[in-house]
Design a binder for this molecule. Structure first.
Ligand code: MD6
Ligand code: FE
Length: 202
């Protein structure tokens, strides 16, 4: 794995870290994940359907419904989550800077028109562990702000094979996806974007 490092408001982004072959291997592994934990459209606590579809792997998976955001050891249908694929764990080891391995892996799928509003990742028990984020498929406009809401933001296009790390002072930075460029990549036959985020949740 090799790439160029870019700093966006403290978020470190490895551009072009994952080779096309490795990206294809990861997509295959994520198909196996989705066979056990299908992509679902969750409702926020406020009752809005998210445009992004979500699956997960690991000891716990991130879920949301009217009761709130949380990590759960079971899927909404009561099944356990699949294991985190080794290809993804290798990317964590290469970029996270920590020895501890993640216990949760959120898999987001963006179809045409999907986006994600500015948010902080703060549902994890210990916010000192980093979050490692992998982009696969279509380009996405990633916006990064400050650790408080409302500050200046900077945007960068995340491309297939880029890996972003939220750690240190940027661990609690607000961030979101304004839009994707549908069908800008040929990695996924039907277009769209997959974002994988690995965390130490518990
Ligand atoms: C996305 N990413 O790239 C959304 N969260 O689709 C995130 O929400 C994210 O990139 C935590 C850490 C890194 C991320
Ligand atoms: Fe996030």
């Amino acid at each position: 794995m090799s790439g160029t490092l870019v700093d966006v408001n403290g978020v470190r982004i490895w551009k072009g870290l994952l080779s096309p072959d490795l990206q294809r291997e990861m997509v295959g592994d994520l198909r196996d994940v989705a066979a056990v934990a299908p992509f679902r459209r969750y409702e926020t606590p406020g009752g809005k359907k998210m445009s992004v579809r979500m699956s997960a792997a690991g000891k716990v998976g991130w879920v949301t419904d009217r009761a709130g955001y949380r990590y759960d050891a079971l899927q909404p249908d009561g099944d356990a989550w699949p294991e985190i694929p080794a290809t993804l764990l290798d990317a964590w080891s290469a970029t996270s800077g920590v020895e501890r391995m993640p216990d949760s892996c959120l898999v987001n799928f963006y179809g045409e028109g999907a986006k994600m509003g500015l948010h902080q990742d703060r549902d994890e028990a210990d916010l000192n562990w980093p979050v490692v984020s992998i982009s696969l498929g279509d380009d996405a406009l990633f916006r990064v702000g400050q650790v408080t809401r409302g500050g200046p933001t900077r945007s960068v296009w995340l491309k297939s094979g880029d890996v972003a790390v939220l750690s240190g002072r940027a661990r609690l930075a607000y961030h979101g996806i304004d839009r994707i460029r549908f069908r800008s990549s040929s990695l996924l036959a039907d277009g769209g974007r997959i974002n994988v985020t690995m965390r130490v949740a518990r």
